[in-house]
Design a protein around this ligand. Structure first.
Ligand SMILES: O=C(O)[C@]1(O)C=C(c2cccc(Sc3ccccc3)c2)[C@@H](O)[C@H](O)C1
Length: 145
């Protein structure tokens, strides 16, 4: 049961809740992180959060996670989902189990969003549940990872 979870958000997710609420909802990233922190604290576990618009910064954060004793990752890679072999390689290298989460249902959107470079090595993928997907991913990590 995960006791030290890292919540990662990729490019542009710092703008969550500020635009396109019809696609991504009105909940901000700060709201998501606050709710996740409360959820994890109630379970007696620890949550670390990180958001970056830079692929390399996310890779550096993932590499550092192993040394920090992170035992589960929840990641919304944003657009890097569909482009980043390097992000996949970093997750594979640290071998920390992770759940991939998307606020939107990427399979109902543009064709280029239908493929994820990460899904094949994820424990599981949640998409289309809005920001509620974060709570579901965290709950799974607390109970199963
Ligand atoms: O649905 C997601 O969570 C997703 O990971 C998130 C994405 C994303 C992309 C751009 C911006 C944002 S957040 C946002 C939305 C509207 C306005 C400003 C920022 C998310 C997409 O790149 C992905 O294809 C899907």
């Amino acid at each position: 049961m995960a006791k030290n979870i890292l919540l990662l958000n990729g490019p542009n997710l710092n703008l969550l809740g500020s635009r396109e609420p019809e696609v991504y909802g009105a909940t901000t990233l700060a709201d998501v992180e606050r709710a996740a922190s409360e959820q994890v604290a109630q379970a007696g576990a620890k949550l670390t959060t990180f958001q970056s618009n830079h692929e390399g910064a996310l890779i550096d954060r993932i590499q550092a996670a192993k040394k920090e004793g992170i035992d589960a990752i929840v990641i919304n890679p944003g657009g890097l989902t569909h482009t980043s072999v390097s992000l996949r390689d970093a997750l594979a290298a640290v071998a920390i189990p992770f759940v991939e989460i998307h606020v939107s249902n990427i399979h109902q959107r543009e064709a280029f969003r239908h493929h994820s470079y990460l899904s094949g090595i994820a424990v599981g993928v949640i998409c289309g549940l809005g920001t509620e997907g974060y709570a579901a991913a965290i709950s799974f990590a607390l109970k199963k990872l």
